[in-house]
Design a protein around this ligand. Sequence first.
Ligand code: AVJ
Length: 320
Amino acid sequence: MQSATQQNTFADDVLRGLSSNPKFLSSKYFYDDEGSRLFQEIMRLPEYYLTQAELEIFSEQRDEIFQAFAESGAAFDLIELGAGDGTKTSVLVESFLRRQIDFSYIPIDISAEALNFLTGKFNRQFPNLSIQPEQGDYFRTLESFKTKSDKQKIILFLGSNIGNFSLAQAQDFFKSLRAVMNETDLLFIGFDLQKDPHTILPAYDDAQGITAEFNLNLLTRINRELGADFNRQEFSHYASYHPIDGAARSFLISRKAQTVRVEAANKTFEFAAWEPIFMEISQKYTLKMIGDLAQASGFRVAKYFFDSRNFYTNSLWKPE
Ligand code: AVJ
């Protein structure tokens, strides 16, 4: 299996994915500017309960979260991996600033547009906040962490972003994070929990078809950036949830036998009628799975925060 921290180019990954059986594309490429915009729309969908649940935790339990973070009272760097639009984080930032805590906010995101939007918004909203945005794949920035400053690091990995990794990749990823963290640093992670499958599935198959657009947008991106000729009309979105492994998965299904040329890979790919491309995994966790994952990657779970419906948890991890 490929490690979560391995570097490849977009063209390499598309070539590898479309040459595999079954075919796959990596969901990390969803977030061009249009994909980031579509994801903002997904977060406002009634079916997409994850954002509401995490926002509820941040709003209702900001004091408890603050207490858990600022135990030592020392200055810290608040580093957010995959910051997106920062809506949830602004709740924390607001409460830290009110208490005159000494911290800098370091949002890291793959989308330059999302990062510019976030930085502009936070500069207006919090003129006194020290903010140091970093654009890039967050794996790439890991190494710079250790030398960044000698302040305590509180690393946020919110929004169930971890769901896009398989369990093995998640363990790999947390091990790499652990390697660049000091004993007193903290890791705060958002996990979507296993629940009624009838609640989970519609979150990935919304009535307005925004999630379908979000998936199909990757074909548009491949057309534009890699000189391909995918016909979006000939692929349809299919979402599934498997209650035994706790994984929601999405696919684009080729509606007919067809070929697709990808100029940058210098290759033509054959699709059989109804052949799937595996697009994304959104892993749902149990508390047991979270505890095991922490332990296997060199952490212990210090605390869990839950929303009122127990749909979601933010889990605070300490290096072990
Ligand atoms: C950004 C990875 C948390 O898997 O729920 C939303 C992405 N994909 N709808 C998720 C996503 C389809 C989302 N994460």
